[in-house]
Write a protein of this length. Structure first.
Length: 253
């Protein structure tokens, strides 16, 4: 099964013309996701046959801040003022569907998320003759894969609170609205990825057996937006977000 999945992923990545290092990360993440779906439940039941834990299926939605991280250290560019390039990010929304798979005493979580926000980049650089604004509508499809440490297990086998550590792959759909006299050329990376840390909790039990709770996730990853002020050899440009919201966990059969 793994070789069939890998061949399909290679074909998909080749059609999108994804660079080889990023393609490798995508293959690993997607292959791991398939493997987890097919194998984790069986492996856990073989260890704890008396009272096996079952996967949890969750839907979540909330607000977020972040997306493209712009360069704020303009001292790296000679003869450029501190306000030559600035960025502003508005709060957005996110929604997703996740599965939490038991693995040993802890669990693995994966799924798919959608995140949307709006950002504005302002150029006011007389020395380099750049003036105007770029308004970016940033939509992102995200595939997280985290290892969850469960705590407070007395009334919840998976842990009333779960601390999440892992990786996120992002597919970026960015629309730009340009205005002004002269703007620098820019590039948008379709894919980004990076480290995530967060937690989730399901402290409330509903009458139908479903659970209700909340989540919070932090992320910092690779560069999405590149232009004269946001170059690949600078440290600050990248991608990031803080997202939080409520989650609904389906009843366990």
């Amino acid at each position: 099964m793994f070789f069939i999945e890998k061949r399909a992923c290679n074909t998909f990545a080749g059609k999108l013309k994804i660079k080889k290092p990023m393609r490798t990360k995508i293959l690993v993440l997607i292959s791991l996701t398939f493997t987890l779906f097919y194998g984790c439940k069986t492996s856990h039941q073989s260890i704890n046959t008396e009272n096996p834990r079952k996967p949890d299926y969750r839907f979540q939605a909330g607000i977020n801040k972040g997306g493209i991280v712009e360069n704020t250290d303009l001292e790296q560019i000679p003869n450029t003022g501190v306000d030559a390039f600035t960025g502003a990010t508005r709060a957005g929304f996110n929604a997703g569907a996740h599965v939490v798979l038991p693995l040993w005493i802890n669990s693995l979580e994966t799924g798919i998320d959608y995140m949307r926000n709006n950002q504005t980049f302002t150029y006011n650089d007389d020395f380099n003759s750049y003036s105007g604004t770029l308004k970016a509508g940033v939509s992102q499809l995200m595939w997280p894969l985290t290892y969850n440490f469960g705590v407070f297990r007395k009334n919840n086998a998976n842990g009333l609170l779960q601390i999440k550590v892992g990786h996120v792959l992002q597919y970026n759909l960015v629309s730009m609205n340009e205005s002004g006299q002269n703007l620098p050329d820019y590039n948008i990376s379709k894919f980004s990825n990076g480290f995530t840390l967060g937690f989730s909790a399901v402290p409330f039990r509903l009458k139908n057996g479903a659970g209700a709770g909340f989540y919070l996730d932090l992320y910092r990853g690779s560069q999405i937006f590149e232009d004269f002020y946001n170059r690949k050899d600078f440290d600050i440009p990248g991608s990031s977000y803080l997202k939080a919201g409520i989650l609904y966990q389906l009843p366990t059969k």
